[in-house]
Design a protein around this ligand. Structure first.
Ligand code: PBG
Length: 338
């Protein structure tokens, strides 16, 4: 008979629900919190002025011309968001085989950095140095005879990093996964007087299918020939990811990043526990779009799912998150609903 079951004997009087019984007990024992200080807002830039154009695969995210982006960055700073990360949609006429426009002092990234520094000096600016926005083939490096050449790409990325730092970038974030790039960028920055410019290594960037909407956003989806598996990490390899991040630490990375985010929380935890560096997750475009799509269909509560995912990154050991939800999340937090 079930009336004979003695639950006290089973639990030994240890009842987990005692700490869950009321809002005040739950608040008292809460281990992880999401604050506005955890958020980095990635933004997409286009040439021109007065432009705010929607990205179809990322509802709620727009490409902005620099003047419009300045207003967005002002709003982000007012919300208390500590930093932004910039990604340019470069005019096709400026893209070539080697991504040479990455070295132009007045390219879209550098123009934006200067404008943000002038208008919103208190916010941190993180710039990406991969070549993919600038190459006619959409790869992150120089393509020669069907191969992405490593060392020449590294030298060019190091030069581009210096030019970005000259424009005012606070943190350089190389997302290309070439070997030796962290050390090369550190050397180049130091040699040009940029000792205080930091490096956030895309330490473990996986050859993921979650980047699709981003490629639409920066206009590389139609260009990309083949895939990036000769330089990004295979999604099945955690030990290799740890080794790769270890090299970035040795070469002088100040911060580590894991990308994509949610499917790689095991990597976040491993990096944090192993190296102890400030560790970030990039909740990438596909992760964003999936939540938005399900919410738009009424299948999930988009706000709650978003906040739960952001909290999960904190629980997994991340110090912060690059997320297209940054503004929405910061607004919710400001209204006390985070
Ligand atoms: C490439 C780069 C990618 C993203 C940012 N920089 C991946 C790619 O296109 O292969 C993805 C970001 C996202 O999906 O949100 N250097």
């Amino acid at each position: 008979m079930t009336s004979d079951i003695d639950v006290d004997a089973i639990t030994g009087h240890r009842r987990m629900r005692r700490n869950r019984k009321a809002d005040w007990t739950r608040r008292l024992v809460r281990e992880t919190r999401l604050t506005v200080d955890d958020l980095i807002w990635p933004i997409f830039l286009v040439h021109g002025s007065g432009i705010t154009e929607p990205i179809e695969a990322m509802p709620g995210v727009n490409r902005m011309s620099v003047d419009r982006a300045v207003e967005g960055v002002r709003h982000a700073a007012d919300l208390g968001i500590p930093a932004i990360a910039t990604f340019p949609n470069v005019d096709m006429s400026l893209r070539d085989e080697t991504g040479s426009h990455s070295l132009a002092a007045d390219n879209l990234i550098n123009e934006a950095t200067r404008a943000f520094k002038r208008a919103v000096p208190e916010i941190g600016i993180i710039t990406d140095v991969a070549l993919d926005p600038f190459t006619s083939h959409g790869h992150d490096g120089i393509l020669r005879d069907g191969e992405i050449v490593n060392d020449e790409t590294v030298r060019q990325i190091a030069r581009a990093a210096v030019i970005q730092a000259d424009a005012g970038a606070d943190i350089i974030a190389p997302s290309d996964m070439m070997d030796g790039r962290i050390g090369a960028i550190r050397q180049a920055l130091d040699a040009s007087g940029h000792q205080h410019v930091g490096i956030m290594a895309y330490a473990t960037k996986f050859a993921s299918s979650f980047y699709g909407p981003y490629r639409e956003a920066i206009g590389t989806s139609g260009l990309l020939k083949g895939d990036k598996r000769t330089y990004y990490i295979d999604p099945s390899n955690a030990t290799e990811a740890l080794r790769d991040a270890g090299l970035d630490v040795e070469e002088g990375a100040d911060m580590l990043m894991v990308k994509p985010g949610l499917p790689y929380l095991d990597i976040c935890r491993a990096l944090k526990d192993t190296y102890g560096l400030p560790t970030f997750a990039y909740q990438v475009s596909g992760e964003y779009s999936m939540i938005k799509a399900a919410a738009a269909n009424g299948w999930i509560d988009g706000e709650k799912v978003m906040l739960e995912t952001l909290l999960a990154f904190k629980r997994a050991g991340c110090d912060g998150i690059l997320s297209y939800f940054a503004i929405e999340a910061a607004e919710l937090i400001a209204r006390g609903r985070g």
